[in-house]
Design a protein around this ligand. Structure first.
Ligand code: ZN
Length: 311
């Protein structure tokens, strides 16, 4: 099997009104195809450069020109999309998977195939940006290709935003992180990322009068499960500092969460209250119990000049 690291460059319409919508909306028309081929041992075996004459967006979009460094004249030569894509397909070989930085290239390719009525399946795409973020950085964030190159300490001598150069960079990042180990578990990884995202659920309430009024606002103090949105059972809200409150909650289908309110005073004197849920851990539970105990003690010894504790 071949691993194909692919990068596409596409021209864009000048505005919404100019978007061509034949069978599908065409948000970008492919003008360059850059690819690097690796064998199963992750050794580079070949490179591909394709140059397409646009059929729909024939004038270079200024922003695209700026980013790619391509001139208006540079899209007046090349081959029609169909011919160039068929050459690419043949070059890929029968047994391959495609790796790209981000998920946009696949969407753009799909719409280009559809608009040219090239009704065929393409090889399966894998998003190396997602693999990098999750496996190397432990997040679901989107990193730029060049920041990944720098993070891994790889050579960065090529000009970025050129189709072939970006494919080369993408392959370097992939090889440096032994991408092939993650291909088998890719679908599972996507599910984990989705879960991770939903567990990081948070929401901000604006124009809240005071900390006290926040704690009386039903919408703020009610806890809904970040997955199914059902109202969760919860413990008492406990202050861990004057503008931070926590509680433990539980959805009978999705388990236990730790919920935190953070109140930030705005310039106009009102508060912005952010509510955030994370999966319950032992550390969180301990932190909650410690603060709950402290608060109880505070109540017992409460005097007139100790009114800061809010119920
Ligand atoms: Zn739930």
């Amino acid at each position: 099997m071949n691993y194909i690291f692919l990068d596409l460059e596409w021209n864009q319409p000048f505005g919404k009104a100019e978007i061509v919508t034949r069978s599908v909306p065409l948000y970008g028309e492919i003008i360059r195809i850059g690819a690097v081929k690796l064998d199963e041992a992750m050794n580079e075996t070949d490179r591909f450069q394709g140059c397409v004459i646009p059929k729909y967006y024939k004038k270079m979009n200024r922003c695209v020109g700026k980013v790619t460094g391509l001139s208006g004249a540079s899209i007046t030569y090349g081959q029609p999309f169909q011919k160039e894509y068929e050459r690419f397909e043949k070059w890929c070989g029968d047994d391959c998977i495609i790796l790209t930085w981000g998920s946009e290239d696949e969407r753009i390719l799909d719409s280009n195939l559809a608009i040219h009525k090239m009704d065929r399946a393409h090889p399966k795409f894998y998003d190396i940006q997602k693999i990098f973020a999750y496996k190397t950085m432990g997040t679901g964030k989107q990193y730029s290709l060049i920041s990944a190159v720098e993070h891994l300490g790889l050579p960065a001598e090529l000009k970025a935003h050129d189709a072939l150069n970006d494919a080369v960079y993408c392959a370097r990042v992939g090889v440096a992180m032994s991408f092939s180990e993650y291909i088998g578990g890719y679908e599972q990884m996507l599910r984990e990322i989705e879960e991770y995202r939903s567990e990081k659920y948070f929401r901000t309430f604006m124009n809240v009068e005071s900390v006290e009024s926040a704690m009386k606002n039903k919408r703020i103090i009610l806890c809904r499960c970040p997955v199914c949105r059902r109202i969760m059972k919860r413990s008492k809200w406990v202050f861990y500092n004057p503008t931070g409150v926590i509680c433990c909650c539980e959805c009978k289908n999705h388990g236990e969460y730790y919920s935190r309110l953070k109140m930030k005073k705005c310039a106009d004197g009102t508060y912005a209250v952010t509510k955030k849920y994370t999966r319950m851990t032992e550390e969180y539970r301990e932190f909650y119990n410690r603060n709950a105990a402290k608060e109880t003690l505070g109540h017992e010894s409460q005097t007139d000049n100790n009114k800061l504790t809010v119920q």
